[in-house]
Design a protein around this ligand. Structure first.
Ligand SMILES: O=C(O)c1cc(=O)[nH]c(=O)n1[C@@H]1O[C@H](COP(=O)(O)O)[C@@H](O)[C@H]1O
Length: 286
């Protein structure tokens, strides 16, 4: 790979605007598209989204659960999706939210971040709730291959607050610690290879209200991309994006799945819906 993930993503955001579209083949969406809830339907759905949106949006984000529910052949379709987007300007964020003890994280690093891995992606979503430090083998794997990670900090679902807003022994919120530790990873990576964005991002839902301000989290100091799900089906829009991210908004990659996927099954209608979502995100985050 030529440039590291943060530089590739920054380039794609400059070119296509600050939008990531999720590939979430829910059974209800397969039915709405007139597809069967099986591997054939899954394949048609996912490859139609790829055909419609590669070269149109900054990132695509396949959600592994909707591939895994079809077993090994569903994973085979995920491999096809990743192969179809690999090397394109549109980046692939694989949404697997992996998080485990360090020795197991090395296995996830091999699965998703190693060169030549069938499931290799540009960046992987990871969960820090076994400790940000436990993610280090994945950081090492990402660093070796110019890939990236998105670490969950403030998730878009209301249930996340109990854990993420909890106060650690030093009086800081758990999410603030996650942000600080990811900022340290980026500072190290950017010292070695300067770029517009570091390779380690945070996930901060567009639905989190004033949580960033309330917990004194300095998102700009992270110097990495801020993946903002919750746009569309979960209720957030332009106003919420502008409000949650404030001065860090230039680093935001707004993320939406159902709000665009609902427009299928045609390539043209998906492109139109994505173009409208790109416009809305661009205006909110300008
Ligand atoms: O990591 C994610 O992408 C993610 C984090 C989060 O805090 N909230 C969240 O909704 N997501 C994912 O983003 C997608 C949201 O889908 P829609 O609600 O249809 O836009 C789903 O695939 C979720 O798993």
């Amino acid at each position: 790979m030529t440039a590291p993930f943060g530089a590739r993503l920054a380039g794609a955001m400059d070119r296509f605007g600050p939008l990531c579209v999720g590939i979430d083949p829910h059974p209800g969406l397969l039915a709405a598209w007139g597809l069967t809830d099986d591997v054939q339907g899954l394949r048609r759905f996912a490859l139609t989204v790829v055909e419609a949106l590669v070269g149109e949006v900054a990132a695509l984000k396949p959600q592994v659960a909707f591939f895994e529910r079809h077993g090994s052949r569903g994973i085979g379709v995920l491999e096809e999706v990743l192969a179809a987007v690999r090397g394109e300007a549109t980046q692939v964020v694989l949404d697997a939210k992996r998080g485990d003890i360090g020795s197991t994280m090395a296995g996830y690093g091999d699965a998703y971040l190693a060169p030549g891995a069938p499931l290799a992606c540009d960046a992987l979503t990871v969960s820090p709730y076994l400790g940000v430090g436990a993610l280090m083998p994945a950081v090492t794997a990402a660093e070796a291959t110019g890939r990236g990670l998105f670490v969950l900090a403030l998730t878009s679902n209301p249930e996340g607050a109990l854990v993420q807003h909890a106060t650690a022994s030093d009086g800081q919120a758990v999410a603030a610690h996650v942000a600080r530790q990811v900022a340290e990873l980026n500072a190290r990576a950017l010292a070695a290879a300067p770029a517009a964005l570091g390779p380690y991002g945070l996930v901060v839902g567009a639905t989190v209200g004033d949580a960033v301000r309330r917990h004194g989290i300095d998102l700009a100091a992270v110097r990495g991309p801020l993946l903002a799900p919750g746009v569309g089906a979960q209720g957030a829009g332009a106003a919420e994006l502008a409000d949650v991210f404030g001065g860090a908004r230039r680093a935001v990659l707004a993320s939406t799945s159902r709000a665009v996927l609902d427009a299928g099954p045609t390539v043209a209608s998906l492109r139109d819906a994505a173009a409208r979502a790109v416009d809305e995100a661009s205006r909110a985050l300008r």
